[in-house]
Design a protein. Structure first.
Length: 215
């Protein structure tokens, strides 16, 4: 269960904020498994390694191009991913950055772009898409709300690498036309037939993306 930060940027005395927690089904034995996570909305477990991967939304008001939103990988319980001291692995916070070094924290597996607002994500475990997408990560980017030139509003595919990082590329786009967005992807889900479902809370729709081979 993620618990986001109670602010854009702050250092809370309660360690449950800006974290990912684990609890029993009856609500008991809560423990923090990941610290320094500003606001994760989507996470999933690697189908082979079992590692937890998750998106994280970067802080606002550091300019149009900083900091990047993140895709992260949890290798062991208790790791710290930087917030509020450091963003995107190498951007010290102007208010809290003098308290801790960026080298103290886990670097992101991938930088997804500034203010793209990554939300839901899923590993692709279906068989409909080409082999290169097997065990890739599909991420719904809700899109920027306070950037002078909007970005995001798309679905990206991230490909985990042997060194623990990930490359990424645009998989589906078109919701952003110039500076106006007519839709905002929120979440993704792999359907039983291997197609990809994408929810959109801007256009109030659910899309089904399929693949039938090269034409």
């Amino acid at each position: 269960m993620p618990v986001g930060a109670p602010c854009n940027i702050c250092l809370s005395e309660d360690s449950v904020y800006a974290s990912i927690t684990r609890i029993d089904a009856d609500g008991r034995n809560r423990e923090v498994v990941a610290h320094g996570v500003r606001n994760t909305v989507g996470f999933d477990w690697h189908p082979i390694t079992g590692e937890l991967w998750f998106t994280d939304n970067g802080r606002d008001w550091l300019g149009d191009d900083s900091p990047d939103c993140e895709l992260n990988r949890l290798q062991s319980d208790g790791q710290h991913f930087g917030y509020p001291f450091c963003h995107a692995g190498d951007v010290p916070d102007p208010e809290f950055g003098n308290q801790r070094s960026c080298s103290d924290f886990v670097e992101p597996a991938a930088k997804l772009g500034p203010h793209v607002a990554p939300l839901g994500m899923r590993f692709y475990t279906g068989a409909m898409f080409p082999e290169r997408y097997r065990n890739a990560i599909f991420i719904a980017e809700h899109g920027s709300w306070n950037r002078s030139a909007p970005i995001g509003y798309r679905v990206v595919a991230a490909f985990p690498q042997p060194d623990g990082t990930a490359t990424h590329e645009v998989f589906a786009e078109g919701w952003l036309k110039g500076s106006r967005a007519w839709g905002r992807p929120v979440d993704v889900l792999v359907a039983p037939d291997g197609s990809l479902l994408v929810s959109d809370d801007g256009a109030d729709m659910i899309y089904r993306i399929t693949y039938s081979g090269m034409r």
